[in-house]
Design a protein around this ligand. Structure first.
Ligand code: 5GP
Length: 209
């Protein structure tokens, strides 16, 4: 689909274990209109994660320096670690016409919603709590204590889904990816995201009469 003008900023959140990372990777690999923002974090890399691709891994001190220098669009503390979105990448990609996706947790999502009300907010969930627990356990990368923290966190996060625009069930990666893609593409057709097209129509019609 042809995008007119600036890209759309989309926030994708979901419980840890909702599979949002996998869905986002698939979305990016299948369509070239998307750019996925790479966050900074103070947590330790998991096996297989790469600097500058999965995250920019920083110490707490380095992260606090980024906050001080106002280099982050939003940031939050989540299960004892800092996470934040570096500003520069997001705006430059949107200006290029890319739809930028922030895969971030809820506190950051709410900061973005307040600062940039045009942002599209999507929440991903597995079909149920049992499935969520199974996925977290199945990852095999976290201790039982961390998994328990993440389940508790999910029980708090569920109360905030109402602040999002769309809720998408991730029961199957392919279907879920398609649903997210459709939502973003339909958002391009909303009047608030079509201001450039409206301006062009206005001036063409004025010239015509
Ligand atoms: P994980 O440690 O599993 O990679 O991420 C934990 C949580 O932090 C996830 O919900 C993820 O979406 C969120 N997260 C990742 N990057 C950012 C960010 O830049 N800002 C915020 N607020 N949350 C983030």
């Amino acid at each position: 689909m042809i995008n007119t003008g600036r890209g759309i900023l989309t926030v994708v959140s979901g419980f840890a274990g909702s599979g949002k990372g996998t869905v986002m990777k698939k979305l990016i690999s299948e369509h070239d209109n998307y750019a996925l923002s790479v966050s900074a974090t103070s947590r330790q890399p998991r096996p297989g994660e790469e600097e500058g691709i999965s995250y920019f891994f920083r110490t707490r001190e380095e992260f606090e320096e980024m906050i001080k220098k106002d280099e982050l669009l939003e940031y939050a503390e989540y299960v004892g670690n800092y996470y934040g979105t570096p500003k520069d990448f997001v705006f430059s990609k949107m200006d290029e016409g890319k739809d930028v996706i922030l895969e971030i947790e809820l506190q950051g999502a709410m900061q973005i919603k307040e600062k940039y009300p045009d942002t599209l907010l999507i929440f991903l969930t597995p079909p149920g709590a049992d499935e969520l627990y199974k996925r977290l356990k199945g990852r095999g990368t976290e201790t039982d204590e961390v998994i328990a923290k993440r389940m508790k966190r999910a029980s708090e996060e569920v109360l905030c889904i109402k602040d999002y625009d769309y809720l998408v069930i991730n029961d199957n990666i392919d279907d879920c990816t398609l649903r997210v893609h459709d939502i973003i593409q339909v958002a391009h057709r909303t009047v608030r995201h079509e201001s450039e097209l409206i301006k062009r129509l206005e001036s063409e019609l004025t010239a015509f009469i």
